[in-house]
Design a protein around this ligand. Structure first.
Ligand code: GLC
Length: 616
């Protein structure tokens, strides 16, 4: 392994030397020239195949390093869970640098751009800081915090050579039955605009350090339940059955804010609008995004989304590229896409002018990012991965994300000196559950999947030395007995309930009621404690109306990520409750989808913006 890494370092140094030498002779390699001049110089040197290669984005396991060179591939990605083995930052850097070296062997040495979903940290990487998912950040209403989180995420990604992040997700989810609700900041357009643009600024800095990709344009949060035709999805990848006024008023403003913040890459949604897939909608992509909004960067399709336009692949490709998609996330079969493109240009179905426009946009961004000057990973940033500083930021974000829903008899904050504390629920001691989807694996996974602090560990680290903390996953506490063998009660019980990890349409849910085991758990612990606190770990509001009166206090903790200590910080008063609901909390399922235009404040269980101690 050591010999191999030495050869790779030598290879990288050699290639860097060649790249530097070439700078002397070719204008596009001269970083002192204006970007548009470099773009035009390079574009005029490119063959059609080299241009088509730049429009081709391939999943990293679906192409050989040699074919990256042979096909002039312009982009590679790790899909959810697309980590190398071993899943370390050093091995990520070696993997990505290895691919990059093959791209630089092409005639014009155009660097590839490597992308991944860093939606709550560099979340495919073991040991990376896992921040709260966007729903929790929406509860903070704190743009500066979000900017700092996206800057920290960019650091950890740059350490591994991943300079392209498929984030922030700036959907405005209108129906919380959608499995991607938690990837959204809020049901409220203004919050999404403010936090999404802050994330773009944090991620890109002043020099587009990591390319942000606001997604999924346009109207992914407006789809109707039951309108999806994909697998057994119900609403994800469905059809936005709204008029253009609604699309423009509710779903478009976050993109305007993101462009104002400097976004130079936009991902196009799987979903449809009216009769067509957005991926083939020239009005939305070219007329509105590129024309009316003046977008100067490049658009990228979602994972194989172009294939869904038509059963005729060539027709689908022609339709999408002519509609204004600049780069196709194929993501598997590079050669089929390339051959289809070559044929479509040869017979005029795709004008060469459209190819040049797409490639011009892609090259402009690569020059802006400094990829030609700095194509490889940045080892000096490896120390930021999972650093104490970034974890402290995540802990702060967790604390600010908690929403206090009920607090009878001022049960919270708890005294650190509480004599006996019962803790129950599998979610109380599980990093995977508290992180949710898009964590190490695409769908996320239960268990100790990455380093961090569980809620239980945070509680144990916070209480006094005199406090006895007893954890029982099932809440039976059979061993809690007095000297005569009678079952002991505790002054306080904390029960953690909620959802198991999911992502995308696999999280589409017709019923958001607490599970039967969770309902029983609350009832069981209720019998054994004087004061009961329920913490909900979930990607969205759940139906808790019947259970609400059973506990003195309820806290919405969303999907806090790796730093569970942030929950204990607030439960025991080291931090205040400041969070406010980013989504309306329904009383029952028959209220969904809400009609926000006519919804009365007392109809939901808790209205949008609600939060005790944080009430404004
Ligand atoms: C997924 C998602 C998108 C993600 C992309 C790459 O299907 O829809 O949000 O960025 O594929 O993982």
């Amino acid at each position: 392994m050591k010999a191999k890494s030495h050869w790779l370092v030598l290879w990288v140094v050699l290639l860097t030397g060649i790249v530097t030498l070439r700078a002397a002779e070719l204008p596009y390699r001269d970083a002192s020239l204006p970007i548009d001049q470099r773009v035009e110089d390079l574009l005029n040197r490119m063959t059609l195949d080299e241009k088509i290669g730049q429009m081709t984005l391939i999943e990293k396991n679906s192409i050989t390093p040699a074919d990256i060179t042979r096909h002039f591939i312009g982009g590679l990605l790790s899909g959810g869970g697309g980590y190398p083995t071993p899943n370390t930052a050093e091995n990520w850097a070696a993997m990505v640098d290895g691919f990059q070296a093959r791209a630089l062997e092409t005639r014009l040495a155009i660097p590839l751009i490597y992308g991944a979903d860093g939606v709550h940290g560099h979340n495919n990487l073991y040991g990376a800081t896992i921040f709260p998912h966007n729903i929790g950040l929406g509860a903070t209403r704190n743009p500066e915090l979000v900017r700092a989180i996206c800057a920290a995420t960019a650091e950890e990604m740059m350490a591994t050579g991943v300079y392209w992040n498929y984030a922030p997700m700036i959907a405005v989810p209108q129906d919380i039955r959608w499995g991607r609700t938690y990837e959204g900041y809020s049901e409220a357009t203004a919050i999404v605009s403010a936090l999404g643009s802050s994330c773009v600024k944090g991620m890109q800095g002043d020099t587009v350090q990591v390319l942000a990709t606001p997604k999924h344009y346009l109207g992914d949060g407006a789809t109707a339940w039951g309108s999806s035709a994909y697998e057994d999805y119900q609403i994800d990848q469905g059809v936005a059955m709204v008029d253009e006024i609604t699309l423009r008023e509710i779903h478009l403003p976050p993109y305007k804010a993101a462009l104002d913040a400097g976004a130079m890459s936009i991902m196009i949604t799987f979903s449809g609008w009216g009769e067509t897939k957005v991926s083939s909608n020239q009005y939305l992509i070219t007329n509105l995004l590129k024309g009316e909004l003046g977008f100067q960067g490049f658009t990228v399709s979602d994972w194989g989304a172009i294939d869904q336009i038509s059963p005729d692949y060539a027709e689908a490709v022609v339709s999408a590229i002519n509609a204004g998609i600049d780069m196709n996330m194929v993501p598997y079969d590079a050669e089929r896409f390339i051959a289809t493109m070559q044929a479509a240009v040869a017979d005029g179905r795709i004008p060469l002018g459209r190819i040049d426009d797409a490639v011009r946009r892609i090259l402009r961004v690569k020059f802006m990012m400094g990829l030609f000057e700095r194509p490889f990973s940045q080892p000096d940033l490896l120390e930021t991965v999972g650093s104490a500083e970034n974890r402290a930021l995540a802990r702060q974000a967790v604390a600010q994300s908690l929403v206090l829903l009920r607090n009878e008899a001022e049960a919270l904050p708890l005294a650190k000196s509480v004599p006996t504390l019962f803790v129950a629920g599998v979610a109380a001691d599980d990093i995977g559950i508290q992180s949710g989807g898009w964590t190490i694996e695409w769908q996320g996974k239960e268990g100790a999947i990455t380093p961090g602090t569980t809620l239980l560990e945070g509680i144990e680290a916070t209480v006094s030395a005199e406090t006895t903390v007893i954890y029982d996953r099932l809440g039976r506490f059979r061993n809690a007995r007095d000297s005569a063998g009678n079952l002991l009660n505790a002054e306080v019980g904390i029960v953690v309930v909620g959802e198991r990890p999911y992502a995308e349409g696999r999280g589409d849910a017709a019923d958001l009621s607490l599970s039967e085991p969770d309902r029983s758990l609350i009832e069981r612990v209720r019998q054994r404690v004087d004061t009961l606190i329920v913490i909900v770990i979930s990607g969205r509001p759940l139906i808790i109306s019947e259970q609400l009166p059973l506990a003195e206090a309820w806290v919405a903790a969303w999907l806090p990520g790796s730093e569970g200590q942030g929950v204990a910080d607030v439960l025991f008063g080291d931090q205040p409750f400041v969070g406010r609901l980013p989504y309306t909390w329904p009383r029952s399922m028959d209220q969904l989808p809400f009609d926000f235009a006519t919804l009365a404040p007392d109809e939901p269980l808790f209205p949008f913006g609600y939060g005790l101690a944080g009430d404004s």
